[in-house]
Design a protein around this ligand. Structure first.
Ligand SMILES: [Zn+2]
Length: 413
């Protein structure tokens, strides 16, 4: 997420939202606690702002957490410990080693398991009183309304634009608060979208998605492992406040956090009366195709329409190296990636430096290019083609494929 793109909307005064629980009092009558639960929640019960009445609201409440990853981990763990009654999790992924640096719902032994299964086991360990519901699927237009309808609050723990617009529109249409969080590298943001409680929605801030590929994901740009701990916990706190009806909810305000400076900043957000989904004359009255809206099929088609680059497999590269053929292997990744893993004999020229370092290469040479997965090296190949090089080949799958198929001792990152 870019730091707050729509600066024009960072104006005005947020209304003063009265603290009022979103849980209807009629749902509290049949909520009871065992003695064990009373002991478990005692630090809540002795606070005059919470008491048994607040704890009863928590137990009556349900939240839907979209994503059981970086943000979903602290959200689910803390809300379970706090005594939320029912928790739904939506995720279709399995646990990967690269998740463990921040996704504390999952442990080393869970690598390869469904994220939902390891999340369920961990939540049960934290608090067996919580009713956990698993939605083993991606959150999509076809299923989103049906899944979300059954919960009081939606908490967005996803990291892609189609799902972000989808969860926004679902919540606006169903009149449910959407507790928003996003993280990237060392920065994070949190707010609560709730037009039905007079706040703005995500589209009031960002009516249009950024062009595909413009905003890198955490998988591409990295994320500090501890950061989702802060932002996810802020999301969990906002959910608790909405349920208990205490404090000032983060409606109409966005908190942005910079871990390197250890600074929080607050922006006022206001509703856009022309918002396509929550405005006075909405044009979006039902869910749309969010991949289409975010330009993902168009971007894929545009990429496919470009002339294919000449490719070789990692096996062909291995044969070439073993046969000691004369060629130049160029690695276009960054130096810190080269430090982690490299293919023997590769010359490092990061993609960004290639235009100014082309003189280090000879058009007469047979040049083989690689990167991590094959995308950056394909771009490098086109740059070199434009500069008059012709004997060029891209290594399909990059060093990832090399580590998987040729040399398992090469670390994957
Ligand atoms: Zn809106």
């Amino acid at each position: 997420m870019p730091p707050f793109a729509n600066a024009g909307r960072v104006l005005g005064c947020a209304s003063n939202f009265m603290a009022q629980s979103i849980i209807d009092p009629s749902r509290l009558e049949k909520i009871e606690f065992s003695n064990d639960e009373i002991a478990r929640y005692s630090r809540h019960l002795i606070m005059p702002e919470v008491t048994l009445a607040g704890q009863r609201r928590l137990k009556a409440a349900s939240i839907l957490c979209i994503g059981a990853g970086g943000l979903g981990s602290p959200i689910a763990l803390y809300l379970a410990a706090a005594g939320i009654g029912r928790m739904g999790l939506v995720d279709g992924d399995t646990v990967d080693f690269s998740n463990l640096q921040r996704q504390i719902l999952h442990g080393t032994k869970d690598v390869g398991r469904k994220k939902l299964n390891s999340a369920r086991d961990r939540i049960r360990e934290v608090n067996p009183n919580v009713q956990v519901e698993l939605h083993d699927t991606m959150f999509r237009s076809e299923n989103a309304m049906e899944i979300a309808a059954d919960y009081d609050i939606v908490i967005d723990g996803t990291d892609n634009f189609p799902t972000r617009y989808l969860s926004n529109d679902v919540c606006v249409l169903l009149k449910k608060p959407n507790v928003y969080g996003s993280i990237f590298r060392f920065d994070g943001q949190c707010t609560v979208f709730a037009p039905h409680l007079s706040g703005p929605c995500y589209r009031c801030m960002f009516p249009e998605p950024p062009p595909p590929g413009m905003v890198p994901s955490c998988a591409e740009g990295g994320v500090l492992g501890v950061l989702p701990g802060i932002i996810g916990v802020m999301q969990a706190i906002e959910a608790v406040k909405l349920i208990m009806g205490i404090g000032e909810p983060l409606i109409g305000r966005l908190v942005s956090f910079d871990a390197l400076k250890m600074k929080f900043r607050e922006f006022k957000l206001r509703r856009d009366p022309k918002c396509p989904v929550c405005g006075e004359n909405p044009t979006i009255t039902e869910l749309i195709d969010y991949d289409q809206f975010c330009g993902i099929p168009q971007a894929a088609a545009a990429e496919a329409a470009e002339a294919p680059v000449p490719e070789m497999t990692v096996h062909e590269l291995k044969q070439k190296l073993d046969a000691k053929e004369k060629f130049v292997l160029v690695d276009v990744r960054e130096p810190y990636e080269y430090d982690i893993a490299r293919i023997p004999g590769a010359k490092l020229i990061p993609l960004g430096e290639l235009p100014s370092r082309m003189s280090e290469l000879d058009t007469a040479d047979d040049i083989v290019l690689h990167c991590k997965m094959g995308g950056r090296s394909a771009r490098a190949l086109r740059l070199l083609q434009e500069a008059g090089f012709s004997k060029l080949t891209n290594v399909a799958g990059g060093i990832e494929a090399w580590a998987e198929e040729i040399d398992p001792s090469v670390p994957r990152y």
